[in-house]
Design a protein around this ligand. Structure first.
Ligand SMILES: [Zn+2]
Ligand SMILES: [Zn+2]
Length: 242
């Protein structure tokens, strides 16, 4: 049987852990946090006054009614989404995009820890929610990456919000990227992309995604969940493309 040199292993582990955490994941400057104060100051949260699709409004809500029933942006007026609200934490822009891409496409665990730091103790925006559903990637993409970023986010939020995760959705078709497509092309692209594999009857769901770009994927996924009997679907995303 192979024996482990415990003192040496501990030393190597401690060295790798502390060396990495003493460098800013964005600019490489030495710091005690994962992202230095200067880089952190570039990542500013979105205002909470957002359209149903997560796009922020510049003016703060003026009444309690408006806060609970926010007005809609032009696109949502023309094509209301199936989900009833969104909450986007940050704008998807530099330098947060670098952190997210490093985590998603290169599996950098330090980036994931930095993102966890940014999420902090963000409160559950809709306290009546009872289940957290990740917006899944196709199994082929998951296999290539070795993980599903939305699922990892969902489990992190589950600890913060004290709500269970239900992986209700299956991505049954590998859909090409949505960028640069028209609305119609995106809809065609996403048709039958998801299937509901769990009992969501009567539940108030929070659909979790890392980045919401146009919202088309969340629209399609919500439709599937509502068709399967969910009482409501609301979308939480770490970052929103503006
Ligand atoms: Zn930095
Ligand atoms: Zn909108």
């Amino acid at each position: 049987m192979q024996t482990v040199n415990l003192p040496r292993a501990t030393k190597v582990y401690r060295r790798s852990f502390f060396d990495q955490s003493s460098q800013c994941q964005l600019c490489g400057r030495r710091t005690r946090a994962l992202v230095c104060a200067d880089c952190c100051s570039l990542i500013q949260p979105l205002p909470s006054n957002q359209c149903r699709c997560g796009l922020p409004f510049n003016a703060p809500s003026t009444s309690a009614h408006e806060a609970s029933h926010p007005p809609l942006c032009g696109r949502c007026v023309r094509h209301p989404p199936a989900f009833s609200a969104s909450s986007a934490l940050y704008p998807y822009e530099f330098p947060l995009d670098i952190l997210i891409q490093g985590f998603k496409h290169h599996g950098k665990l330090d980036n994931e820890r930095a993102l966890e730091q940014l999420i902090g103790h963000t409160p559950l925006p809709w306290p009546d929610s009872d289940l957290i559903c990740p917006l899944p990637v196709h199994w082929q993409r998951r296999w290539r990456r070795g993980f599903d970023q939305s699922e990892r986010l969902a489990h992190l939020l589950s600890q913060i919000w004290q709500r269970p995760v239900l992986s209700a959705l299956v991505r049954q078709r590998a859909t090409p990227h949505q960028q640069g497509l028209t609305r119609r092309q995106r809809q065609r692209n996403l048709r039958k992309a998801f299937r509901c594999q769990a009992n969501v009857q009567g539940h108030h769901l929070v659909l979790v995604d890392d980045v919401m770009t146009t919202g088309s994927t969340a629209r399609e996924a919500s439709k599937v969940l509502l068709d399967a009997g969910a009482a409501s679907v609301r979308v939480w995303c770490l970052a929103r493309t503006l």
